[in-house]
Design a binder for this molecule. Sequence first.
Ligand code: FPP
Length: 265
Amino acid sequence: MQAFLDHLDARDPDYALACAIDAARLPAHIAIIMDGNGRWARRRGLPRVAGHKAGIQPVRETVETCARLGLGALTLYAFSVENWKRPRTEVDTLWRLLRIYLRAELDEMHRHDIRFTAIGRLDELPNFVRKELDGVIRSTARNRGLQLNLAINYGGRAELVDAVKALVEDGAEIDEAAISARLYTAGMPDPDLLIRTSGEMRVSNFLLWQIAYAELYVTETLWPDFTRAELLRAILDYQKRDRRFGGIREPLPVENLEHATIPAR
Ligand code: FPP
């Protein structure tokens, strides 16, 4: 957190936002559904792929901000198992943009001590994408700062199917811990905060198991327009939430317990 404040100019409007954040209660893991690239392009009379291209800058800014804030993990939904239904040219462009991003950002990842990982059915990706991902995963494996986790060819249901298959293969006893340990995100904390851009009130098959208790932040902003200020506002909003995890905030005072008893017939 201090690293983040130190690199900002005190006259920057984001400085005041950052100062309002409680460093002791940062989300350990933020997950983001980056939506609205197509609409961003359409509003400008541009092809959809122009929206994806414009979506790279907010990825850079978000990753850098999370790293400087000292967050544990950031998961970005880059490509879902359903996204194969899009035109071939759009899908191919997404792979090319991913390659450009990974090549351009590797030094930056090392500079911020970022460990890069990817989740999803990675074995179904084109070879050149797989190779690019593997190279960055290997290269950053010893970094100890933010874990930047890209969900690619990812589906929450597919992940659960894969976890159940692994459970059956292992003949393991089935409980919540055994399932969590076989998800693609094994070892990561569950997201505390799920951000979705472009205003849709859906979770779109993203981290279905892991977001059980995540706080949701939905913004009308389209992904290419998502800024550092909006990320800070989402974190501030998260810090105002009363997280009860299904329990209650205060234990019931003893004198109130009589109201909780079921009257005898
Ligand atoms: C959803 O917008 C976005 C995607 C399916 C792709 C996300 C890709 C990027 C942000 C580009 C770069 C990312 C990396 C990691 C290099 P949409 O196309 O569904 O938008 P729409 O709902 O407005 O049509």
